[in-house]
Write a protein that binds this ligand. Structure first.
Ligand code: SF4
Length: 351
């Protein structure tokens, strides 16, 4: 029977799941993903976490607990550095330790440390160690790693073609299931990404009369529809065009770094600010919505910086929404409706 690896559907899942899944499946493991966030998962997270943790960390604990009796291992990477400018927030750095000490009755954890600052080959070495723990040979592990990196690239291409993570992931799954031949699979993915990009450009074109909103924040806040009370669905219902940081290509975000008076210490925070600078530069948005997590240290800084930047760039309207486990859907909907109504009026239009 294949080894079952559990992956919590939270935190860096939104950035890396297709890569992780591909790697483990290429090693012959079965990947078990925790369910969509729900009330039970949030409650389990609250029960298993220290009280002053932010909501994404509580939710992560709940996802780990939900996998406890279903898998042989749970994948809880220690992600330290994804670029040379910053590290991830301290809670990411201590995640495996927090989980080990807080969630009882869990199976063994796979906790590779990823830090690009340890050298060019550090990530591949980390993956090779994981493969060895799972009993895979060197060549099989290297093949799995190379394929996982290709899939990561396709996933990022789909996101920059303005797909949301769940849509992009299900498209990748469909491709993987429908094509047997490996080479054909990869070349088919490339051409499908090109057509997805063309059609999303057309969609934006056809929505040009709509209010265009940058919805920014950490991916685990923007794309977890339970945590953010269905924010993206509400904005779609209100007829807005939504842009998120993951829709900006990594190189274009990096090019904005020179506009930051000072880099922040935290990777995701820099990505949020650079994406907003890019939207301003390209004149792509009528307003900015920032999703912040209650008790998030980095967000205290990011939120103020974004507010000031919006003022500096022609007083672009700015809405900050702070979320925790008590946030109610009705309150979010009311604020989104008021914000979009204000933007419509500002343009001289009517609803
Ligand atoms: S960046 Fe903020 S929201 Fe994200 S894990 Fe750290 S403290 Fe929590």
């Amino acid at each position: 029977m294949a080894i079952r690896i559990g992956i919590p559907r939270a935190l860096a899942y939104y950035s890396f799941y297709p890569q992780w899944k591909t790697f483990f499946e290429e090693l012959g493991a079965e990947v078990v993903l925790s369910p969509l966030t729900n009330k039970h998962i949030v409650n389990e997270g609250i029960r298993n976490t220290v009280t002053d943790a932010c909501i994404p960390i509580k939710v992560y604990h709940g996802h780990v607990a939900s996998l406890a009796d279903k898998v042989d291992y749970i994948f809880v990477p220690r992600i330290v550095g994804l670029d040379h400018d910053a590290t991830l927030c301290p809670k990411f750095l201590g995640l495996p330790d927090m989980i080990k000490s807080s969630v009882k009755g869990i199976p063994l954890l796979l906790t590779p440390r990823f830090d690009v600052r340890d050298g060019r080959f550090a990530p591949v070495k980390a993956w090779m160690k994981v493969a060895k723990m799972l009993g895979a040979g060197y060549h099989q592990a290297l093949r799995a790693y190379r394929k996982s990196i290709k899939v990561k690239q396709y996933y990022e291409d789909l996101l920059t073609s303005r797909m949301l993570p769940e849509e992009a992931m299900s498209l990748l799954d469909k491709w993987a299931a429908s094509l047997k031949d490996e080479q054909k699979k990869l070349s088919d993915m490339k051409s499908s990404i090109a057509s997805a990009r063309a059609s999303s450009a057309q969609t934006l074109e056809s929505q040009n009369g709509n209010i265009r909103l940058a919805v920014v924040g950490y991916p685990y806040m923007i794309y977890d529809e339970f945590v953010n009370c269905g924010l993206l669905d509400t904005l779609k219902r209100l007829g807005t065009t939504i842009l998120t940081p993951e829709m900006v290509p990594a190189k274009a975000r990096q090019a904005q770094a020179k506009k930051q008076p000072k880099y922040l210490f935290w990777y995701y925070s820099n990505q949020v600010i650079r994406a907003v600078y890019y939207f301003f530069q390209e004149n792509m948005v009528d307003g900015v919505i920032h999703l912040t997590a209650f008790a998030c240290g980095p967000d205290a800084m990011v939120d103020k910086l974004l507010e000031l930047d919006c003022q500096k760039h022609g007083r672009i309207p700015y809405l900050s929404l702070c979320l925790d486990e008590h946030t109610g859907r009705a309150g979010i909907i009311t604020r989104l409706e008021a914000f979009t109504d204000m933007l419509v009026r500002k343009r001289g239009g009517k609803r």
